[in-house]
Design a protein around this ligand. Structure first.
Ligand code: HEC
Length: 100
């Protein structure tokens, strides 16, 4: 899911936010050890066991307090939200964090 929906942008030589999501291993490492390079005082990308406290979920949902646009910028998630259907990949991300 990360490789199909995130790696196109976060897999280049200089990935946005310094966040390389080009492979599951690299993505996991970056997400588990990193935090936003833009948003001041943001929580860690991933707070193990607590998806609601994790900046990754805040960012993907475009919650207040996040810096920039919701991700993926050119993807379908914002319109998914607009028509009220929850994207199953959101559940996937949240479950991954809760299981850590
Ligand atoms: C169309 C290109 C694109 C796609 C696809 C994309 N991103 Fe991003 N992402 C960006 C850009 C550009 C930024 C930096 C600007 C911003 O935050 O708005 C960014 C920033 C981020 C940040 C914040 C980095 C920071 O330092 O604050 C996170 C977290 C993130 N993306 C995660 C993801 C995840 C997870 C996915 C897949 C679900 C994804 N992105 C898909 C382009 C993309």
């Amino acid at each position: 899911m990360i490789s199909s929906r995130c790696a196109a942008c976060h897999g280049s030589y200089l990935p946005p936010g310094g966040l390389d999501l080009s492979s599951p291993e690299v993505a996991e490492q970056g997400l588990l050890s990193g935090r936003s390079s833009f948003a001041a005082r943001a929580p860690a990308y991933v707070v193990p066991g607590h998806h609601a406290a994790s900046y990754l979920l805040h960012k993907v949902l475009g919650l207040p307090g996040t810096w920039g646009d919701p991700v993926p910028l050119a993807g379908q998630w914002p319109s998914d939200r607009a028509c009220g259907s929850a994207d199953p990949d959101l559940r996937l991300l949240a479950d991954w964090i809760d299981g850590l």
